[in-house]
Each structure stands twice: as C-alpha cells, then as structure tokens.
Design a protein around this ligand. Structure first.
Ligand SMILES: [Zn+2]
Length: 114
C-alpha cells in the first residue's frame, strides 16, 4: 500500500479542504483546496458507489445510491452498506496505524517550530 498525505504543490501546506460538487448528469467530484494559499491542489472524481460518509448511516448511503439511479432489494442494500462501512473503518484504521509507525509520514510541516 502506498500512502500519501495531500500536500499543496505551491506552498507546501498539508492543510487542505474538500469541496464536494454534485451536478445533475455528472459524477460527484471533490475539489481539494489549500487552506493556506487557497490554490487548487487536486480534483477527484468519485466512482460509482464510491462515496461513504462515515457516521452518517444507512439513510445517507441510500441517498447516494439513489442519486446514481441504483435499484436494489432492501436486503442487498443493507448488506452493501454494512460491507462498505466495515471496509472503510478497517482500511482507515490501517492507514492511521501506518502513520503512527512511520515517523516520516507524520504531519509536522504545519506545526509551529518548537
Ligand atoms: Zn498552498
């Protein structure tokens, strides 16, 4: 697994914000903006069924599928949601665990000098 902390290519800041854009007839997109110099850092296109909003629950997941025009049975929907939730939580734990283990991956650039 490769792990990268999103960094602004213009000013070196590691503090960014995600702007989620939804437009009819287009895939959902995320624009990543540097919070320091306000530059555009990156854009992501969210894959079909790719969006998971942690802690927002099943209803939120259903709304996402609905926007994509998805038709599934209630049982399949529930199972799909539980799989996505479990997968995201596990992978996030792995990722943050790896950050703890690798000192060079720790976010130090934005901290004030000691
Ligand atoms: Zn910047």
């Amino acid at each position: 697994m490769e792990l990268h902390i999103q960094t602004c290519q213009f000013c070196g800041a590691k503090s960014v914000r995600n702007l989620l854009v939804r437009k009819d007839g287009e895939e959902d997109k995320v624009y990543v903006q540097c919070t320091r110099c306000k530059s555009l850092v990156a854009r992501y296109i969210i894959a079909h069924r790719g969006y998971y909003h942690h802690g927002k629950g099943f209803e939120s997941y259903l709304r996402g599928l609905n926007r994509g025009g998805e038709v599934m049975s209630p049982k399949d929907l529930r199972e799909a949601f539980e799989k996505v939730e479990e997968y995201c939580v596990k992978e996030f734990e792995n990722i943050t665990g790896q950050l703890e283990e690798e000192p060079e991956m720790r976010d130090t650039r934005d901290k004030p000098p000691q």
